[in-house]
Structures are given as C-alpha cells and as structure tokens.
Design a protein around this ligand. Structure first.
Ligand code: SPV
Ligand code: MG
Length: 434
C-alpha cells in the first residue's frame, strides 16, 4: 500500500531548526510533500522572500525527509489540498491566533470533508522566520540582489507600490513601515528617486539642473540604509551619448530601473501640463536613445522604461499609444504613461488599449492628479507599478513650515512641542545610534 501523504506548506526563505523539526515530525506520519509558496503567494500577504522560488526549492529538495515539492501559488491552502487530497496536513500551532486564523479554519473544514486530518505541533519557541527576517534586513543587500527585485515584484504582485524618497529618512520610512489592513501586511515595495523632489529639496527647479553626480550623492544615502528596489527618474535621459553612461552608473549602483521621458530641449515638470512649453522628442530619436541605453547595460536585469508625455502635451491617447508601441519595439522594458487630467479616464483608455497589444510589458502609472483611484482599480486597468511621486516632500514641507512659523509667532519653541517627535524618539530613530 502506498505511504500516507503529509502536506506541509512553507516559504522556506530562511532555514532554521523550527522548519527542520516540522518536516521531521511530518515524516512520522508518511511522505512529506512540501507546498513551497511561490513569490506571488507570499507577496499576497507579506514582503517578497529574499530568495527566489528556484533558490528556495534547491535548498528544500536537498533536505532529508522531503519526498516531493509542489508550488503553492496562493496563500490559501485550499487549491493544493483539493488537488492532492493528502491524508494529513501539518502546521505549527501558531496559526491559532493572528492573521492565519481564517486560513486554519478553512483547512480544518476541507480536510474533514476530504477524510483527512490536521496535525498541529507546538510552534518552536524562540525562533521564527519574522524575527530572522528583521535580523537579515540589518545585514543589508547587494546591488545585484536589489536590482533584480523589481522584476521579481512585477512578476509576483498585481501591482507594485513605489513611494518617492529624496533622503535617507524617507528611505527608512519606506523600508520599515508596515500597516496591517484587512488581514494583509501593506508595505511599500520600493522607492522612486524623483527629479522633482530631489531638485526641490535642494532649492533648485525641476529642469535637469541637478546633475547625475549630485543626484547620486543623495541616492547613496538612501542606498546605505535600505534594501528595497529603486526606480530612478532619469528626466529626458539627456544626450544619447551621455545616457549610455547614466545607464551603466545606475546599474553599478544596483538601481533597478531608469525612466526617461520623451521630451527634448529644456525640460519642464510635467505637472505644468500645457501651461509650459512641452516639446516632445521625435519617435525616431527617442527610439535611438532607448536602443543605445539597452545596448549599454551590462546585466539583463536593469530596466529602461519609456515615459510617454503625449497626454501632458495635450495630444490624444492615440498618439501616446503609437509612441508606446514604437518604444517597446525599440527595446523598452516597460512604459510609463503620465497625465495631468484629474479623472484618470485617459490613463485608463491607454492602459486598456496597450494591454491588448502587449499582455506582459509592464505599465507604470503616476496618480498624482487622479489620486482618487485606488491601486486595485489601476491594476484592473492593467497597470503593474504605481508611483506616489512626490508625497513625502509635499507632506514634510508644510509640517516644517508650520513649526518655523509657530516659533516666530511665540518667540519660543514650547508651542511646537506637540508638532514634533520627542527627543528620545529622534535619538533612537536611526538604528545603531546608541
Ligand atoms: C518626478 O517625480 O520628478 C516626475 C513625476 O517626473 S512628475 O513630477 O509628475 O512629472
Ligand atoms: Mg521628474
């Protein structure tokens, strides 16, 4: 008679004795089938694993007492349990509380209906993946690992959530902030190095006046204290002869992507819309720039994303689409469509049409003016990446101004105390202060 089947779901990103223990416990009941969570399954609930699915699989398949590995493509066990009909499922008893309580309930119901049994074993105290995750995060990352992460996120998530960062403090917030909402851990997936906020924070206009070397100084501060991927706002990309160097420099720093916009001449911020003269590049010339950039890059992971400014320049969606198709043909790894309209209807129309022609090429959107549209809706339109392009700076400036004004009005600082974080907190804000 065939051995009994024991199902065990795991992410297996960081191997520790607790995981070995549960595998060995499972093996007492029969052949252990590991349901190895895919990146997509993990990203539904938590952050992306450090290791790719293939890397995690390599580790697991070399462990004693593992009979088989199957992908578990959802956080829920149900699809795999229905397919495999195991005799047992084994799990640590830590799911009796917290965000997995519902998952546990549906597993019990299904296992009973299928004539199987749930084995719960005492959770290995003093060691768990979340605590180890925090430890590993303090070690940092490498340029290569960071760079690859954006492509992995795009493949794993319905929509990748990117927040503007113009200094190390922004980076730390984006790196560490997690909000639990409807049983999910919501966090930012990465950072946007914005030309607007980077220039503004230096008291300069957003006209490509801050050169790459200066932009990289601040970016370096962000790189030092974070591990999440970064998308760099490359403005127009400058001259083709210069852009090839920009690509290599960004790549060397472990930046995941550069977005260049199809404008020419003195660049003005897009949010001026038609109030400023926005001259678009010719399709031919911009395609040449994309090609030169793609030829220059060393890795296959770095992405060059073409930003289409037709809607900003007052042209129709058809013009934006014609350009988008040409840029993709020239080798762009993705497109960003920008607009100043408040409804978001033009962006929606673009995304839907673009998707029909290119089911897989990533679309990036920047809902600054159509900020009532939720991420879930943007994802339905076909967008893969949402960039909140300037909100850290726009939130910080009024707060700083208010504190300064209050001191001026009162001739002392007591009145700003409620507006400020306590001294103790600021002292402890940065890891390694003590
Ligand atoms: C930026 O953040 O610098 C951008 C986006 O390019 S926007 O300001 O909306 O043009
Ligand atoms: Mg910009």
């Amino acid at each position: 008679m065939a051995n009994k089947k024991v199902y065990l779901g795991m992410v297996a990103d960081i191997m520790h004795p607790g995981l070995i223990n549960i595998i060995n416990e499972g093996a007492k009941y029969g052949d252990v089938i590991i349901g190895l969570y895919t990146d997509k399954a993990v990203a539904e609930r938590k952050r992306l694993p450090f290791l790719t699915y293939e890397q995690r699989k390599t580790v697991i398949e070399n462990l004693k007492n593992v009979s088989e590995i199957v992908p578990q493509d959802e956080w829920s066990y149900i699809p795999n349990l229905k397919k495999l009909k195991p005799d047992y499922i084994i799990h640590g008893d830590d799911w009796q509380n917290g965000i997995d309580m519902e998952v546990r309930e549906e597993v019990f119901k299904l296992m009973e209906a299928q004539g199987g049994q749930v084995i719960e074993i005492p959770y290995t105290k003093g060691i768990n993946s979340s605590a180890l995750f925090d430890e590993v995060k303090t070690i940092g990352t490498t340029p290569e690992v960071r760079m690859k992460r954006l492509r992995r996120l795009i493949a794993a998530k319905p929509i990748v959530r990117i927040m503007e960062a113009h200094d190390g403090l922004c980076g730390l917030i984006i790196e560490n902030l997690e909000v639990e909402e409807n049983g999910k851990h919501n966090a930012f997936d990465g950072m946007w190095s914005s030309s607007l906020t980077d220039s503004t924070s230096k008291g300069k206009p957003d006209i490509e006046a801050v050169d790459l070397t200066t932009r990289l100084q601040d970016l370096n501060n962000i790189l030092e204290c974070t591990t999440k991927p970064i998308i760099f706002d490359g403005d127009t990309g400058g001259k083709i002869e210069h852009f090839v160097f920009t690509v290599r420099t960004l790549e060397r720093h472990g930046i995941s992507a550069v977005i260049i916009e199809d404008k020419i001449g003195l660049k003005k911020n897009s949010l001026f819309g038609t109030e400023a003269v926005q001259t678009q590049d010719s399709i031919e010339h911009f395609c040449e720039k994309i090609k030169a950039g793609k030829d220059a890059q060393v890795t296959k992971d770095f992405m060059i994303i073409a930003r289409i400014e037709s809607l900003i320049a007052g042209k129709p969606v058809a013009d934006a689409l014609e350009r988008a198709f040409a840029y993709v043909d020239a080798g762009a790894d993705g497109v960003m469509i920008h607009s100043k309209h408040k409804s978001g209807e033009d962006i929606k129309a673009f995304c839907i049409e673009f998707r029909k022609a290119h089911p897989k090429i990533p679309i990036v959107v920047v809902p600054t003016t159509y900020d009532h549209i939720r991420e879930s809706e943007l994802a339905e339109w076909g967008a893969n990446v949402v960039i909140y392009a300037n909100h850290m700076l726009r939130a910080a400036y009024p707060a700083m101004k208010k504190a300064a004004e209050t001191i001026l009005r009162n001739g002392r600082a007591e009145e700003v105390r409620p507006l400020c974080m306590p001294i103790k907190e600021i002292l402890e804000l940065i890891p390694g202060t003590k």
